[in-house]
Design a protein around this ligand. Structure first.
Ligand SMILES: *Cc1c(COP(=O)(O)O)cnc(C)c1O
Length: 470
């Protein structure tokens, strides 16, 4: 028995009872057709539950798991519930969730080819599937990072350094000090603004007439600019988070080419639409991207935390991100043997092989299942949009393009939307949050889960009929 083993050794010994408790919990969770939405937590209650749990001797697994199940988990809104329509939902497949446990149980890291060849090759197989869908060349490649924010930061670091190198080649070493800029639409994701601030790059903000960035908007701004050479890149969004708008990628890429700009496409949310034939044409021009990102933890049915980052010319990224240290020499060869070190393509070093849950699910379920699941979200969104148009008290704010829909409840203020959302959550009908559109608070749904039904949404829309939720 494990009992007479000292504690510091016991924690690395197999404990059958502990293992069964955890696996039974996981089995029960995975067996749910619909995970419960649950509720926001109260700090005082949570603090009192957690108080004193960190002890010198530890507490029994059963008690710890009970606390997690009864108290902790109930205050975590289930992003994988088919009734979670706020922000961007998460809808991991069962196979991806199960394989995520293997990634943990086997401590699968994915730093270098030397340490993790098979895992790296399997992750790269998924990156190839994504790159092919975007029409990027077969020499493109990249890495899975923790999220869209990390992916955008890593990609734009490369954009900055490559742009700066070019200016130094042209103007000499003094160009090292010149301010650099990257063009972005006012609709760009908040993580891009953060990235530019971290990288100390000024945004060149473009204001498209109808929120969708066009090539002509970028061309006009650059033509009117006194120092266009300081602009080293442009960010286009393939599916804005707030409204699902896909920028004019073809037009923007043409202008980027003319000015020699790094063309980055942020598809963290909407990149999944590449796999949906009904909307694929909107992504025309993405094949010209220098870097492209998509978050499988959003609309490609992978668990948190997973973002795919692909570069047209990975050698450029490698030249920027490779970490050099004596103890790391062993992972780099100069002998021409195959080398693909995922760590070289983003700002990190140690990394979990977080692309593998998607890889496993993709090969088990097949790509058609992915296409159909994404198309479900698009079709549902269109159905909901036409339902909104038919209701006298509602107005559709714009025709949805992907799986986000914005609408107005005539006569409502921010407090009314809040009260409506609160009531839906109390009744566990849905988790929704309002957003701001052109300065006005409006209703918003974002769909990703294939188990979300039109009837569920109708229930939420019916609750908009009451005169004032407040
Ligand atoms: C969600 C999102 C991001 C940020 O991704 P995280 O995974 O949350 O870091 C960036 N850009 C867009 C368009 C997004 O929708």
């Amino acid at each position: 028995m494990v009992d007479n083993v000292p504690a510091h050794q016991r924690m690395h010994h197999f404990d059958a009872a502990q293992t069964h408790l955890i696996l039974d919990y996981v089995t029960e969770r995975l067996s749910m057709d619909e995970t419960p939405l649950d509720f926001p937590g109260d700090k005082g209650v949570i603090d009192s539950v957690l108080n004193g749990l960190v002890t010198a001797e530890g507490i029994p697994t059963e008690r710890a798991l009970g606390i997690y199940d009864d108290d902790v988990s109930k205050t975590v809104l289930s992003a994988d519930s088919p009734r979670f329509w706020a922000f961007i939902p998460n809808a991991p497949t069962k196979a991806s969730l199960l394989f995520d446990m293997i990634v943990s149980a086997a401590s699968l890291q994915g730093i270098s080819w030397l340490e993790a060849a098979g895992a790296v090759a399997a992750e790269n197989q998924v990156l190839r599937w994504i790159s092919d869908a975007a029409g990027l060349p077969s020499t493109s490649g990249g890495v899975f990072v923790s999220g869209g924010s990390a992916a955008n930061l890593s990609a734009l670091t490369v954009a900055r350094d490559i742009g700066r190198r070019r200016l130094i080649e042209k103007y000499g070493p003094e160009a090292r000090l010149s301010r650099l800029r990257i063009a972005v639409s006012e609709q760009v994701h908040s993580s891009i603004k953060n990235t530019l601030s971290i990288l100390d790059i000024d945004p060149l903000i473009v204001h498209p007439a109808d929120h969708r960035l066009l090539g002509s908007d970028l061309a006009d701004v650059l033509a009117a600019d006194s120092d266009p050479e300081s602009v080293v890149g442009v960010v286009a969004t393939s599916g804005t988070t707030n409204a699902g708008i896909v920028d004019d990628l073809a037009g923007i890429s043409a202008v980027a080419k003319q000015y020699g700009l790094w063309f980055h496409v942020d598809g963290a949310y909407g990149g999944a639409g590449l796999f949906a034939p009904s909307v694929r044409a909107q992504y025309s021009g993405i094949e010209n991207a220098d870097s492209f990102i998509v978050d499988p933890h959003k609309w490609l049915f992978a668990p948190f935390d997973c973002a795919a980052l692909v570069y047209r010319d990975p050698a450029l990224a490698k030249s920027v991100h490779t970490q050099k240290a004596g103890y790391l020499d062993a992972i780099h060869h100069d002998d021409g043997s195959y080398e693909w070190n995922p760590t070289d393509y983003a700002y990190h070093l140690t990394r979990r092989a977080r692309g593998l849950p998607l890889w496993f699910s993709l090969i088990v379920n097949g790509t058609d299942a992915y296409t159909e699941a994404i198309e479900h979200g698009i079709a549902l969104t269109r159905e909901v949009a036409s339902e909104i148009e038919q209701r006298a008290n509602l107005e559709l704010i714009r025709e949805p393009t992907l799986s986000v829909v914005l609408f107005r409840r005539i006569g409502w203020t921010s407090a009314d939307y809040d009260a409506w959302a609160h009531d839906l959550l109390v009744r566990q009908v849905a988790f929704v949050t309002s957003t701001t559109w052109e300065g006005e608070v409006v209703g918003r749904f974002a769909f990703a889960h294939p188990a979300t039904t039109f009837a569920m949404v109708v229930e939420a829309l019916d609750a908009l009929d009451v005169d004032s939720a407040g």
